[in-house]
Design a protein around this ligand. Structure first.
Ligand SMILES: [Zn+2]
Ligand SMILES: [Zn+2]
Length: 128
């Protein structure tokens, strides 16, 4: 039991190491590929479970791109530009004082708790 807990802690550490400085918003598969180089015995399920744990601990945030979850170690509020050609996800920051108004929602009946804005297009390296 104790050895098992130790192994789980080590797995979580390796997975965190693999993603903490990532700017590319990797999917669980991409994190798995990276972790496997360090820890060949790891399974995709383990990687996935640990990523969800890091999300629950607010160390990672999830960015949904199409139908794939991508993981982002930058947890401060920011927005994403998603390249439709290469699938790369870029961060950008919006001034928090700038409010987004929606004229189609009656303001008295809806409470906005957060928002996620994603811009889609072609990135610099796909231009051209
Ligand atoms: Zn691109
Ligand atoms: Zn991001």
């Amino acid at each position: 039991m104790k050895a098992n807990t130790k192994r789980q802690t080590r797995q979580l550490q390796v997975i965190w190491e693999a993603i903490k400085d990532e700017k590319s918003h990797p999917s669980a598969d991409q994190v798995y590929e990276k972790v496997r180089r360090v820890m060949p015995s790891v399974s995709l399920g383990t990687v996935y479970r640990n990523l969800q744990k890091l999300v629950a601990d607010e160390k990672l945030q999830v960015v949904t791109v199409g139908r794939t979850q991508r993981f982002d170690p930058t947890v401060e509020k920011h927005e994403h530009f998603i390249c439709e050609a290469c699938g790369r996800v870029y961060d950008f920051f919006v001034d928090s004082k700038r409010k987004i108004f929606s004229s189609s929602l009656p303001s008295e009946a809806f409470t906005v708790t957060s928002h996620q804005l994603a811009l889609y297009g072609k990135c610099k390296s796909c231009q051209g």
